[in-house]
Design a protein around this ligand. Structure first.
Ligand SMILES: Cc1ncc(COP(=O)(O)O)c(C=O)c1O
Length: 348
């Protein structure tokens, strides 16, 4: 027996908002530029299968995941779109990818050899994208390694469909690091072309770069956070990307208590009451280790300082207004509270 219907907290996801956000990117990319919807980590907590379907309907051509098992789950759900594993794949993961027609990121000679040997054992064709480290300093070939690696390296079971890099700092108002990464990447792809090595999909943009630097779109943009309606660009306003936040968290106040002045509150005694106030307890804080990462991150970052739900009139922008209007506690208990997310037409 389960008791899943007993909780007052739920995250609601608007697939229409996701589709609208994908549509914004579609409209801002040139026709030939492909759009990859990044649905790793259960679509950043929004539901991978549903998000993938909504994104594809709205114009995404590819899906990006971090691990082979995420790709396999999408295949089992009947999703046939091209999928690329963006992270590292072990030989077991490579086998799963090949069996399910999923493209693999190859970021070293050793990984290439692993893919060749699994492909040969299974007699299956492998599609790979080479990852180049132009500044993130994590996975990837160094730019100067790629040309000697590719030159003359053909194998009947291996197709190099793509070559890509990942920006480390594309949301920084100062674009110089990103421009440096882009220059290193383009100089590499130009050298490949000059040597007659044609790799069809060259890509480098994440959400932030795709929104800010149209000149960097190349053959594909990989969109994650912005597809879910969260702008990676704090303080940079881009009128052509009026994103819609896709997730809202709804909960109900579970308890209200009066607390004296100068009393520490909660784990780690991290807050001290500045005066006598009323404190409301919200259920998500009680289960903080179990909520999805997307929710947890946003709760920690925003819930106590964020814009209040105007109907509950609970929180002000400052910590010392974390209380309720005096004398109203009984009527407030059980009221709807929205720690984040825009109001939609969902039933309450
Ligand atoms: C290689 C790669 N490209 C693109 C993305 C999407 O990034 P963002 O969510 O900033 O759009 C990710 C996400 O982690 C990624 O790993």
């Amino acid at each position: 027996m389960t008791a899943t219907g007993c909780r007052d907290t739920r995250a609601e996801v608007s697939l229409d908002a996701i589709a609208r956000n994908v549509g914004l990117f579609r409209a801002n990319l040139k026709e030939k530029v492909r759009l990859m919807a990044v649905v790793k980590a259960d679509a950043y907590g929004h539901g991978a299968e549903e998000t993938a379907r909504a994104a594809i309907r709205a114009g995404a051509d590819h899906l990006g995941v971090a691990f082979a098992d995420e790709a396999v789950a999408l295949r089992y759900a009947g999703i046939e779109a091209p999928i690329l594993i963006l992270g590292h794949s072990t030989p077991r993961a490579i086998e799963a990818a090949l069996r399910h027609r999923v493209a693999i990121t190859v970021s070293s000679r050793e990984m290439w050899d692993d893919v060749v040997s699994v492909a040969a054992r299974l007699g299956k064709q492998a599609i790979v994208h080479l990852k180049v480290d132009t500044g993130m300093a994590r996975l990837g070939f160094q730019p100067e390694e790629v040309l000697p690696f590719c030159a003359g390296r053909t194998h009947p079971l291996m197709t190099i469909e793509g070559v890509f890099t990942h920006f480390a700092d594309a949301d920084n108002p100062d674009p110089s690091f990103t421009r440096g990464q882009f220059e290193r990447f383009v100089s590499l792809t130009d050298r490949l072309t000059d040597h007659g090595i044609h790799i069809p999909i060259k890509h480098c943009c994440n959400s932030a770069a795709a929104m800010r630097f149209p000149e960097m779109h190349m053959d594909m943009a990989r969109i994650g956070i912005a597809m879910y309606g969260l702008s990676p660009l704090a303080g940079i306003s881009l009128p052509s990307f009026p994103l819609l936040e896709a997730m809202q968290l709804k909960t109900k106040i579970s308890y209200i208590k009066q607390v004296d002045a100068n009393r520490p509150v909660g784990y780690g005694l991290s807050y001290t009451t500045p005066r006598e106030i009323r404190i409301a307890t919200l259920p998500p804080r009680l289960c903080r280790w179990f909520v999805a990462p997307a929710i947890e991150q946003r709760l920690c970052a925003r819930s106590w300082r964020a814009r209040p739900d105007r109907r509950s009139r609970m929180h002000g922008p400052d910590d010392d207004r974390r209380d309720l209007a005096a004398g109203r506690q009984d009527r407030r208990r059980g009221r709807l509270f929205r720690p984040f997310g825009r109001r939609t037409d969902f039933p309450p």
